[in-house]
Design a protein around this ligand. Structure first.
Ligand SMILES: O=P(O)(O)OC[C@H]1O[C@H](O[C@H]2O[C@H](CO)[C@@H](O)[C@H](O)[C@H]2O)[C@H](O)[C@@H](O)[C@@H]1O
Length: 362
């Protein structure tokens, strides 16, 4: 049974509703620019669609561009020594995205499994450094996929957080909407859910989208508890505009929801001033690592929503964002890794370093 505690108030504010709901980028996550405007009056023009096809060819020649891009975002593997030199004497906190970072991007969201090698590496790294997974998926789903009880989990882009109770300490005690509960495998846990009031609306939108997307072959609507994802990876390109239109039409009835855009996915979420960046700050504070000069947070992620976390780390000049990408793209990260297989190597480097004597020498 859940045990509710009295918590002080520190609820995130609701961002002022903007009538113009614009998704940055376009529906093809492999392309770099363009805009899909989902206001009533706008749909991408045929000309824009034609231009996008042309850009597809440019991608095939991307290798030299990738090398150039890596001057700006050096490999976290070749820069590992530099990173650890900077990290000496500091406490590391590790934040990991799930899809496209720990697991490869696949066609169906239910088939995005992480390898056993990756699981072992994440488990090992968590023995040395506090480690959290911050995902757009529901927390239950991401826990089901990762299956490690020793981590912190934040689902719905940070709107659903759960962590272990360390000793007698209640980490999230300063926040409203936090509860202490019996969570994963009956272990005592603590939860923070800043968007609980949006739950009925999100469920309604989910049902509505399931119904209306029924006519779009290949579209998948995923309930991520505090957000809804509409996947179009398996939808024929000619029907992408229909997907966008349906989402837009549905959202007209819900002024307290907003739209963001990930990798061939449109995500509907509460207009709450809360994102992966806030989740990182929150977890750092909760872990008593918030104000310390001696902390080096590292965030590894591949998606646009991870940029919020990279920005927090960059603006506060206190840690490293590592963008996972095999194509050049603008990012607020400092370093890069090409794909999940390089993430695995990076985690193994961290494990070796965490177990070595050099981590303690200044
Ligand atoms: O924050 P994340 O953990 O990266 O979650 C972001 C979204 O990831 C999932 O979708 C993405 O991965 C799928 C499986 O590889 C792929 O089919 C899809 O095209 C990608 O967008 C997840 O299903 C979404 O709910 C998350 O929001």
């Amino acid at each position: 049974m859940d045990l509710k505690l009295n918590c002080k108030s520190s609820t995130p504010s609701i961002a002022p509703f903007s009538k113009k709901k614009t998704i940055s980028g376009n529906l093809d996550d492999g392309l770099a620019d363009g805009k899909i405007d989902v206001t009533e009056s706008s749909s991408p023009s045929r000309k824009k669609i034609r231009t996008n096809h042309l850009k597809d060819h440019a991608q095939e020649e991307a290798l030299p561009k990738y090398k150039l891009w890596m001057f700006k975002y050096p490999s976290a593997l070749t820069s590992f020594e530099q990173m650890t030199d900077h990290a000496k004497g500091k406490k590391i906190a590790l934040f990991l995205d799930y899809d496209g970072t720990l697991s490869p991007i696949v066609n169906h969201p239910d088939s995005a499994f992480m390898s056993s090698e990756m699981r072992t590496a994440v488990k090992s790294v968590a023995e040395y450094f506090p480690t959290a997974i911050i995902s757009g998926r529901s927390r239950d789903k991401v826990f089901e996929l990762v299956g490690l009880t020793e981590l912190y989990y934040a689902g719905s882009h940070g709107m659903d957080m759960m962590g272990p109770v360390r000793g007698s300490k209640f980490l999230f005690k300063d926040y409203q909407n936090c509860i202490r509960s019996t969570g994963i495998q009956r272990k005592e846990s603590q939860m923070f859910q800043p968007a609980t009031e949006f739950l009925p609306t999100i469920n309604k939108v989910f049902r509505s989208l399931v119904e209306s997307m029924g006519r779009i072959k290949g579209a998948i609507v995923e309930n991520n508890k505090f957000t809804v994802s509409v996947h179009y990876r398996q939808v024929e390109k000619k029907a992408w505009l229909d997907v966008s239109q349906i989402v837009h039409d549905t959202l007209k009835d819900y002024p307290n929801l907003k739209l963001t855009h990930g990798r061939k996915v449109l995500e509907i979420r509460p207009i709450l001033d809360w994102n992966k960046g806030k989740a990182v700050e929150f977890l750092l504070q909760s872990l008593d690592l918030g104000n310390s000069e001696d902390v080096l947070p590292i965030f590894v992620g591949d998606d646009r929503t991870d940029e919020d976390a990279f920005k927090v780390l960059r603006e506060k000049t206190r840690g490293y964002g590592i963008v996972v990408s095999s194509v050049p793209k603008d990012s607020s990260a400092f370093y890069s890794l090409r794909d999940p297989s390089e993430v695995l190597v990076f985690l193994r480097y961290l494990v070796n370093w965490g177990g070595s004597d050099s981590i303690h020498s200044k």
